[in-house]
Design a binder for this molecule. Structure first.
Ligand code: GLN
Length: 452
């Protein structure tokens, strides 16, 4: 059954891959000194934060959970890291993740799995499982994750915290090691909706160093945070509930809808007719982009090199040794989907489905201000339960990938607890997902704040 984070041995969780203890202490002392001298400080001066190991920080190793990048020390800061520095946030270290952010359990890390602070026998979700577990296990009040198909929202749900994927293009990808560039987005983990909104406010904004950075200014996330949901239309997505969702998850979700009604919201039923094709479209588009992005790991430019007589053999030997099985699977799927003769049937078809899903959302947002669903069809599952079955693992993402494909903002927040099918007396966190129209991250936070 669930343990309490207070009597946890935090080392057992394995949330961090690298702790920047000396630098963090020095940084905190510097903030204190500047405060004492009456200097003007950043908005989160001295607040500690954990950074997912897919974002670069000058002089600190970045591994992406892969042997391929073991020993690589980036010479530059990601824009997210720069923004955190400007806010005087103290970075505590780099957190564990599924290799190159591919996974839903953090079991695909080359450096060992992260465990769920609620029950060390269960996964924390993924791929940002280390960042989620650091906050849930009281090892940092805030952390940064990245979400390509659900990697912030699903671990937030499984560890009982708040996590948000901002509108695609509003948080710079400069210095974020690319998995699927048209989907990757960094975002906040926190214990409250307000903390998450404050952290997102610090990291978003246009960046000329990211070609997909949007120039539109996102709405002010804090101005309307406390406005409540009275009169707001909350759309329940027919296709993102029901069959395949655990009974405990469905019960907590139904209770969440009743709570919104009591708070004065109007519950409406909406349909995303193509949502069912979201998972297959995502698992073609994301691996296709990954197969191209990961071509840069050739034994020459970064990290690992396995020597061999010719350049080609060196390249093959390095990639064979450096990538784990899930990364290899994605590279093969993506290379196949992009190859001439199959491109039209797979990649192009998936791109068309993506457009249809974005159109479905536009239609749904004509009937509702925000949309809701369970974040994940299950509560946290046992370590090893799904690691031999890729399809079972991919099904974790059924409710999160539609928003990813459409680029819209989506938040997960704790909605209650439920039993697990294999542990009827366990009490494990269930997440509620709130999705909003493009650039309306403010609405998503406003609905979340009222619910919390
Ligand atoms: N679980 C999904 C995948 O494996 C999403 C990962 C992510 O968002 N980084 O691709």
């Amino acid at each position: 059954s669930a343990s309490s984070p207070e009597d946890l041995d935090q080392r057992d969780v394995h949330a961090y891959l690298h702790v920047t203890a000396a630098a963090a202490r020095e940084h905190a002392a510097d903030v204190d000194r500047r405060r004492a001298a009456g200097e003007e400080l950043g908005p989160l001066a001295g607040v500690p934060l954990a950074l997912k190991d897919v974002l670069t920080m000058r002089g600190v190793p970045t591994t992406c959970g892969s042997r391929m990048l073991e020993g690589w020390v980036p010479p530059y800061d990601a824009t997210v890291t720069t923004r955190l520095r400007e806010a005087d946030v103290v970075v505590l270290g780099k957190t564990n993740m599924d290799e190159f952010a591919m996974g839903s359990s953090t079991e695909n890390s080359a450096y060992g799995a992260t465990r769920n602070p609620w029950d060390l026998g269960r996964v924390p979700g993924g791929s940002s499982g280390g960042s989620a577990a650091a906050v849930a296990g009281l090892m940092a009040p805030l952390s940064i994750g990245t979400d390509t198909g659900g990697s912030i929202r699903q671990p937030a749900a499984l560890t009982g915290i708040v996590g948000a994927k901002p509108t695609y293009g509003t948080v710079s990808r400069y210095g974020l090691v690319a998995f699927a560039s048209s989907l990757d987005q960094a975002g906040p983990f926190a214990r409250t909706v307000e903390d998450a909104a404050r952290l997102q406010t610090l990291i978003h904004g246009h960046d000329p160093r990211d070609a997909t950075s949007v120039t539109d200014t996102p709405a002010d996330l804090l101005a309307t945070l406390r406005d409540g949901v009275e009169g707001l239309r909350i759309g329940v997505v027919t296709e993102l509930q029901g069959e395949g969702y655990e009974p405990g998850v469905r019960r907590v979700f139904d209770e969440a809808l009743q709570r919104f009604e009591r708070l004065g919201a109007e519950i409406v039923e909406v349909s995303l007719p193509h949502a069912g094709y979201g998972l297959p479209a995502y698992y073609l588009i994301a691996p296709s982009e990954a197969s191209s992005n990961l071509a840069r790991f050739d034994g020459v430019r970064y990290g690992l090199r396995v020597d061999a007589p010719t350049a080609e053999e060196m390249n093959a030997a390095t990639r064979a040794a450096g990538f784990g099985p899930e990364v290899k699977r994605r590279i093969m799927i993506g290379t196949h989907a992009l190859s001439s003769g199959y491109f039209d049937a797979y990649y192009l078809q998936a791109s068309k489905v993506r457009t249809l899903i974005a159109q479905d959302f536009a239609d749904a947002f004509a009937q509702a201000d925000v949309l809701v669903s369970p974040t994940s069809p299950t509560v946290a599952f046992g370590l090893g339960d799904k690691s031999a079955d890729p399809l079972a693992m991919y099904l974790n993402d059924v409710a999160t990938v539609p928003a990813s494909l459409a680029g819209i903002p989506a938040l997960s927040l704790p909605a209650g607890t439920a039993e697990a099918p294999d542990a009827p007396r366990a009490s494990l966190p269930v997440g509620l997902q709130i999705m909003a129209p493009l650039l309306r991250d403010d609405l998503m936070y406003r609905a979340g704040w009222a619910f919390e």
